[in-house]
Design a protein around this ligand. Structure first.
Ligand SMILES: [Zn+2]
Length: 256
């Protein structure tokens, strides 16, 4: 590197440090959940971290639900055997409870986007094997009305964070909502399935990106899996070789 470039780099580094200290002075690092003072940005304090029920092995290979014991090889839960999902594998960072439930609620409904980097780190770690196999990352789309209401699609933000960290391509428009589905909140499993049946399609402009590819769907919370099943069916109808699902949280005990 010549002297001029080297000086340029030093100046840039100094400016960056100065900018970081200014932003630290304006917005000192706090716990993303309870706002207790912290030494670093984008972190949680120990008690808030402790109130996260992280999902780790052993899990059902299809549904990603925690299993009580490890038998060694690939394990399929009774729920997945009885009622196999249309997606291939699902994984979630944590059970939908405690700190993560609070953080996701803020992210979805209160425009709290300061959590996106932490969410991206978690998704990249929990979904590492799925991300490695993926050729394309696709977020679950919101319908237009809800997009207008919320102004952003939280799954697309998560998909971009995963793409940025892993270098995998993100296709936010590869899935479209073809019908406006009422909110899934408060519906039974059967009602949820009916509500989202045929809700998605792959537009003709995106079929060549889907055909023969392994697709990784990104969602915020997996409840019964009905939405992801419907999305997986649309992607497979468009020729996707495999459809995996990666979510921040999972309502454990209901997926199936
Ligand atoms: Zn805290």
């Amino acid at each position: 590197m010549d002297m001029k470039a080297s000086l340029g780099m030093q100046a840039y580094a100094l400016m960056r440090t100065a900018a970081m200290s200014i932003s630290d002075a304006v917005l000192p690092p706090v716990c993303l959940s309870c706002h207790a003072p912290m030494v670093m940005h984008d972190c949680l304090c120990a008690p808030c971290w402790g109130a996260i029920d992280f999902i780790g092995p052993p899990v059902c290979d299809r549904l990603g639900i925690p299993l009580p014991y490890d038998t060694g090889g690939l394990m399929i839960s009774a729920a997945a055997s009885a009622n196999p999902p249309d997606f291939d594998r699902a994984r979630a960072v944590a059970a939908y409870t405690g700190t993560i439930q609070k953080l996701i609620h803020g992210f979805k409904y209160s425009d709290r986007h300061d959590t996106r980097r932490l969410f991206g780190r978690w998704l990249a770690a929990s979904g590492a094997p799925l991300i490695e196999d993926a050729g394309l990352i696709v977020p679950i789309p919101l319908n237009r009305w809800r997009l207008l209401h919320r102004r952003f699609n939280q799954s697309a933000i998560l998909a971009y964070e995963v793409g940025r960290r892993t270098g995998k391509p993100v296709a936010p428009l590869a899935l479209q909502r073809v019908k406006a589905t009422p909110s899934q909140v408060g519906l039974s499993t059967k009602e949820r399935q009916q509500n989202v049946a045929g809700a998605f399609r792959v537009p003709a402009s995106h079929r060549s990106r889907i055909e023969g590819r392994n697709v990784l769907l990104i969602d915020d919370v997996l409840t019964t899996g009905a939405t992801c099943n419907s999305a997986a069916r649309a992607l497979k109808a468009a020729g996707a070789a495999r459809v995996d699902v990666l979510a921040l949280a999972m309502v454990t005990g209901t997926l199936g």
